[in-house]
Design a protein around this ligand. Structure first.
Ligand code: S3P
Length: 171
């Protein structure tokens, strides 16, 4: 089975969809932020604060080459900026979880752990800046995606079903 890579903006639901997909399929699951936090033994937020974004991006590149060489049959959820690694296409089938900016923010704010979810993401601190980043990235996400999944107002379970159907069709 070829890997499936979930890309999309912060808070769009990559983690929730990934958890649902592994319940209902034979995929293993891995998350690039989790891998980086284990490699570094510190949180993403701390890596940004102590060593800056450029250093974090270099860790994403290391993870990307490891994924390409060593991982298969896996659903890979990624941080919102991971799509910039050069070998993304070589890692597997790219699925974009797509939703308008306002719907994404609404989704995060409606979560019981909203404050924590916002706090752990350095690039979501300033919503005006985050919107600019969203506008910049969305066309790039779309250009890379093999499959686009509109997740607006859908449950993780609905998204997972649609995803598995579309991936099967794409194979
Ligand atoms: C980032 C998204 C975050 C995390 C880091 C940078 C980004 O992951 O990798 O804070 O550049 O969009 P999530 O998309 O899981 O929030």
């Amino acid at each position: 089975m070829e890997n499936v890579i979930l890309i999309g903006f912060m808070g769009v639901g990559k983690g929730s969809v990934a958890r649902e997909v592994i319940k209902n399929s034979k995929y293993m699951a891995i998350d690039t932020d989790d891998l980086i936090e284990s490699m570094e033994n510190r949180r993403v937020k701390k890596i940004f604060a102590e060593d800056g974004e450029a250093y974090f991006r270099s860790l994403e590149k290391d993870v990307a080459s490891w994924l390409q060489n060593s991982v298969e049959n896996t659903l890979i959820s990624t941080g919102g900026g991971f799509y910039k690694v050069k070998n993304l296409k070589k890692i597997g089938t790219i699925v974009l979880l797509d939703s308008p900016f306002d719907a994404i923010i609404k989704r995060i704010k409606s979560h019981p752990n909203a404050a924590k979810k916002l706090k752990k993401r350095p690039l979501l601190k300033d919503l005006k800046e985050a919107k600019k980043l969203y506008d910049l990235r969305r066309p790039e996400y779309l250009a890379l995606a093999d499959i686009v999944l509109d997740v607006t107002d859908k449950t993780a379970s609905q998204c997972s079903k649609e995803l598995l159907k579309k991936v099967k069709k794409h194979a």
